[in-house]
Design a protein around this ligand. Structure first.
Ligand code: NAD
Length: 504
């Protein structure tokens, strides 16, 4: 057994995952760091979904009766377990999906942060009291838990996405059934073990089946989406997946929280601080090897600052360190697999064919044939055509030139996706215009920073082909609850609304 496989197994065993769950199963797990097998996970099939949902449903019926602040205590304990295991779980994220060390740890920190947020929320999930038009009446709304929440997650945030959903859903009074990415089941098993520790410390109030993991492929996801006992499905992944899930759910009027692909842009205005812009762009475009939904994919630069910025940026692209996340201090790790590298190559070929000038790109030999490391590519494009309109999940940054802010905003908004965006500049008029109704059409619009790397305090998600869902902070918790409006008559007469008369 190689060092990476041995380390992954040791972490899993230390976290309390039984060996039968990660060795000897039918689903092979490969580390993108070397391409080697690091586990073989026991898979669920679509036939296992009804039973898991049934247990979750039974758990929900009990969990909804536990007061919300007490439910928050379970999430507080989960946060404690995550704090204690941050190093181990962060390392496992690195080994399983190839994130550089600080990003693996950062992902676990994000889980801890959302647990803290949800604990506070457990004393705040309340409704409004509204003025009634009738005397001696009270008009109010309250929020009840939705029921069983299905969570389908992508490989690139293999554990944080579960926590954004689960921490909120659990304080809201829901049960959760999780189908993680088939490319990253080991970290899911580790999280499951940590949840179980928290639940054991919490005691009998946390029923069996309250949070379940079903490792499997698309068929398991489809069975979860089709189960009428699952009122809410939160699905994170490609737009293609979201379209399939959204349509299936709509057929049975299930509620969808869809967090799909992005094609994120930044506009660099003439008043931008170019040193700051350079650093921000480098991280947003090349961090996580371009495999974030919020990765910067299009840079729209004013003609007056184009020559001062773009050649310097090309220099950063040439110099950036690409390498193994467990050896040395590379900033850019591997792509998830050979398919991802092939997609990058195809996009660069299409960009060249469309008249683009490519700086960088190509395979970097780091760990042999089975691992796919790519030099990030900066591509100067004559227009927003071909691959620029699509999300290629790899470190490619297309650069476009503009003269007028309205033109830049039209370019930014002129793609099917609407996740994240940003503007660089110190001209108040331009910046505020960008944030106004005439500006960015995305779910996230930042100023003087890249589009990548959100904080958990705000609602996260995007418009158009990104799916329209919101997760994490602000009032995203409402997506995991059902709203009930109450009109209460505490008088002795029966005035009807809108002055309607009906005397019997
Ligand atoms: P993917 O779409 O291939 O898979 C995501 C998940 O969906 C997996 O668990 C997969 O098994 C499941 N799935 C696929 N088809 C399904 C179907 N028809 N029914 C039910 N489940 C199905 O995505 P990926 O390659 O793992 O992740 C990369 C993509 O995810 C990118 O497009 C990225 O932008 C997106 N993403 C979006 C966000 C966000 O919050 N907006 C966050 C992370 C990743």
């Amino acid at each position: 057994m190689t060092a990476i496989a041995a380390e992954a197994r040791r972490i899993l065993a230390d976290l309390g995952v039984p060996e039968t769950r990660f060795a000897g199963g039918t689903l092979p797990v490969r580390s993108p760091i070397t391409g080697e097998a690091i586990g073989a996970v026991a898979e669920a099939s679509a036939d296992d979904v009804p039973d898991a949902v049934g247990r979750a449903q039974a758990a929900f019926l009990r969990w909804r009766l536990v007061p919300a602040p007490r439910r928050g205590e379970l999430v507080r304990l989960l946060g404690e377990e995550l704090r204690a295991a941050k190093g181990a779980l962060g390392r496992l994220v690195t080994l399983e999906v190839g994130k550089v060390v600080s990003e693996g740890l950062g992902e676990v920190q994000e889980m801890i942060d959302i647990c803290d947020f949800a604990v506070g929320l457990s004393r705040q999930i309340g409704g409004l009291v509204l003025p009634s038009e009738r005397p001696d009446h009270r008009l109010a709304e309250q929020w009840h838990p939705a029921g069983v929440v299905g969570i389908i997650s992508a490989f690139n945030f293999p554990v944080a996405v579960w926590s954004w959903n689960a921490a909120l859903a659990l304080v809201c009074g829901d049960a959760v059934v999780w189908k993680p990415s088939e490319k990253a089941p080991l970290t899911a098993l580790a999280v499951d073990a940590l949840y179980r520790r928290a639940a054991a410390r919490f005691g009998a109030d946390a029923p069996d089946g309250l949070a379940t993991v079903l490792v499997g492929g698309r068929a398991v996801g489809e069975a979860l989406v089709d189960d009428p006992r699952v009122p809410v499905v939160s699905a994170t992944g490609s737009t293609r997946m979201g379209r399939a899930v959204g349509e299936r759910l709509a057929r049975r009027f299930g509620k969808a929280i869809l967090e799909l692909g992005g094609n994120n842009a930044s506009i660099v205005t003439p008043s931008a601080d170019l040193d700051l812009t350079l650093r921000a762009v480098a991280f947003a475009a090349m961090g996580t090897a371009g495999q974030r939904c919020t990765t910067l994919r299009r840079l729209i630069v004013h003609a007056d600052v184009y020559d001062a910025l773009v050649p310097r940026l090309a220099g950063v692209y040439r110099a950036i360190t690409v390498g193994s996340p467990v050896a040395g201090d590379a900033l850019v790790g591997p792509l998830i697999d050979g398919d991802a590298f092939a997609a990058m190559e195809a996009a660069l070929a299409a960009a060249r064919a469309a008249g683009g000038t490519v700086h960088g790109g190509g395979r970097v030999e780091v760990e042999g044939e089975g691992a796919f490391y790519a030099r990030p590519a900066l591509v100067e494009m004559p227009g927003q055509v071909g691959p620029v309109m699509e999300e290629t999940f790899a470190p490619i940054l297309y650069v476009l030139r503009y003269r007028d802010l309205d033109e830049a905003i039209a370019l930014q908004n002129g793609v099917p996706q609407g996740l994240s965006s940003s503007i660089f500049g110190s001209d108040l008029r331009e910046v505020e215009r960008y944030l106004s109704v005439q500006g960015s059409d995305c779910g996230i619009a930042n100023v003087n920073m890249g589009p990548s790397g959100a904080e958990i305090g705000g609602a996260f998600g995007g418009e158009k082909d990104t799916g329209g869902g919101r997760e994490s902070g602000s009032d995203a918790w409402k997506g995991y609850m059902r709203r009930q409006t109450n009109a209460i008559n505490y008088g002795r007469s029966l005035p009807l609304a809108q002055g309607v008369r009906f005397e019997v």
